[in-house]
Design a protein around this ligand. Structure first.
Ligand SMILES: [Zn+2]
Length: 232
């Protein structure tokens, strides 16, 4: 069957070129069904405020709080959790990726809040770079959409440095716009930040063990408050 053979050859060549076309794509290990470690990355920090808005305050503070709560919930779900930062310090993007890449059998989740010059813009976005991270990105977005008042800006691919440099499936979650009155105010609410962390944690546990396996901790607000007090 020379014809079938040539079709197969063409397909193989196409796959080869597609994977070469995406930076580091071939080096990403698909750990989405086996991971034991979650690297939680609180966006920005130290001299890097991230977005800074009247409604939402500094992005670096909101990301650290959500990330700390997320870490605590994931530990309760028996994951080994590594935070790229647990206080208000500046960590370069390459170092964040390197911290993750040093782990065994991990995934990487970066927490951010969004910003726009147009106040009306709002909603959740989840980004990924390698195809291996796509299912996790969709699960996180889907879970966030169950929150009251949630608005969907979709799952997207992006060439962000922390995603591009990742040896493991990596996603970046934009937990709402600080530039929007409603979402900015929500970002300042401890309850809402705990809910955001809870939905992300649920998506991660679902991804690893199957839908419906997440048991929400009663409240991690106290644990998060304690760890941020001792964070510096
Ligand atoms: Zn950010």
């Amino acid at each position: 069957m020379p014809r079938l053979l040539s079709i197969l050859l063409l397909a193989a060549v196409a796959v080869f070129f597609t994977s070469c076309g995406t930076v580091s794509e071939t080096n990403v290990k698909d750990t989405t069904r086996t991971f034991t470690t979650v690297v939680v990355d609180a966006g920005h920090g130290g001299k890097d405020n991230g977005a800074f808005r009247r409604f939402g305050g500094a992005e670096k503070n909101a990301t650290l709080d959500v990330a700390t709560r997320l870490a605590s919930k994931l530990r309760e779900s028996q994951f080994h959790v590594v935070m790229t930062r647990s206080s208000d310090v500046f960590i370069p993007l390459d170092e964040r990726a390197a911290i993750s890449n040093r782990q065994k059998n991990a995934i990487f989740v970066s927490v951010h809040f969004n910003d726009s010059g147009r106040r009306g813009i709002r909603g959740f976005e989840t980004y990924y770079h390698s195809a291996a991270a796509r299912p996790l990105a969709y699960r996180i977005q889907q879970q966030l959409m169950t929150l009251p008042g949630a608005s969907n800006r979709g799952v997207k691919t992006a060439n962000f440095r922390v995603l591009r440099k990742a040896a493991y499936p990596a996603v970046l979650v934009e937990c709402g716009f600080l530039s929007n009155r409603t979402e900015g105010a929500a970002a300042r609410s401890a309850n809402r930040r705990d809910d955001l962390a809870d939905k992300i944690a649920e998506a991660i546990v679902d991804q690893r063990y199957g839908k419906g396996t997440y048991r929400a901790p009663a409240s991690t607000a106290d644990a998060a408050a304690t760890s941020s007090e001792h964070g510096n």
